[in-house]
Design a protein around this ligand. Sequence first.
Ligand code: PEP
Length: 255
Amino acid sequence: MRTPLIAGNWKMNNTIPEAVVLAQDICNNFERDWASEVDVLVCPPALDIKPVKTVFEFDRVKVQVGAQNVYWEESGAFTGELSCGMLASAGCSAVIVGHSERRNLFGETNEDVNRKAKAVLAARMTPIVCVGESLFVREAGEAVEYVCSQVEAALAGIDEVEARSCVIAYEPVWAIGTGRTATPEQAEEICAAIRGVLARRYGSDTAEAVRILYGGSVNIGNIELLMAQPDIDGGLVGGASLDARGFLSLVRACV
Ligand code: PEP
């Protein structure tokens, strides 16, 4: 059985003091027996990673910390970028790659996402590979094909053992930050197709081992129906992860 994963993407929110308060709020409301049933991860802005990690370690709360982006090179003249080694040394165990905001606002290509995913794996962290179609693609009836091709591209050159360390997040672009969630059936259709891609590439054992998340306006009103779908193993949560109690109510729903 796959352990559910609830991952919070704080995006470009929270100064260091604000991030520390939010992390402390998470600690104060986290029930320790959840840790055996659900994995919890928060992805703060890069500057907040170390302080947030320190709060969780001090309180011995089993919440992992991840990053929202990374550059694939190890070091050098790449002004403004951060390497996997830097993120790992700050306490990250996972990195979101290919979020639609990175693809659409910052021009990340499928090839970039693939290089990032490989670099994250090489650094022994978990890449959370985001895929998802625009409304235009969905209305053209091409969502399954489009998302599957994004998954294929992201996994190019990644072997079966490495694939088991990946998480795939299906995030329809039209559902991110819009309050418009995919129906459980729409989300399941795509997540099942993603698992099909994994099965064709790596075999059914590996496909069954990889966690696939849904992201896009996840909230307390829709998490249970989403989690009831056979191929949805958790959520990548944006807006609703900025409030500790709201975020943890999503964690509780997975227990
Ligand atoms: C996200 O940023 O990955 C996301 C899913 O955002 P929201 O939950 O706010 O739609």
